[in-house]
Write a new protein. Sequence first.
Length: 256
Amino acid sequence: MTRDHSPAPRLGREGLGRALVETCAMSLDWAPTFAAVDRAAFLPGLVWPFDMERGTSVTVDRAADPGAWYAAADSNIPIVTQWDDGKHTGTEPGRVSTSSSSMPSVVYAMLRTLALDDGMRVLDVGTGTGETAGALFHRCGPGRVTTIEVDRSVSEQAHERLTTDCVQAVADKREGARPVWFYGLSDRSWACVMFRDGESEAAVWQSGPRRLWDEVEDAYRWWVDRGEPEHTRFGLTVTPDGQRAWIDSPAESWAI
């Protein structure tokens, strides 16, 4: 079943959006961008949020504690995403923070001060996670945002997030219900499916120029029709003309 009205988003994210407006960190004209560009979609699984009370970074792993991970993503705190120019290993904080996700209040105060007008082009220096570039893209539209990052690893990760059909965000389960969100990074499309324990069907909401949940269903059927292939059946061919992914044989391939 498909409905075209929006359900309630993650409670923490909803509260953060209200707080940014109430404290004037975010102007109302940026509120639609905040709603569409989810900070969580740009964060890696292992992050180091800054504990404001203790004055230090702490380790949060989405695989081990998704609730704490989403709580950090939905909080007005800075989050370290890389230590020591990528040379850091392990899960404990490193020596020097070399890439991070800035406090949302800082990001949206900066965007408010930018005073964008329709038709403007923007240069974003220091891509980082890609969230600010994604917000600018949402506001300015295709072809109007250029973002630059000097760290190759950070740049590649941001590029992957910014160029993905959509990104997925899984919210905390509450009272047996868990919403799963899909956001388009190249337009304002979104979808949400609400899974409930013990129910074989789920309600779906979606809106925008792309029907993201329909795309998810099509991808799932494609996977099932081909025998539910594992990753070992997939390959990638790279040539000067581009990249093509394939399954079993390059004869069945598609451009990426």
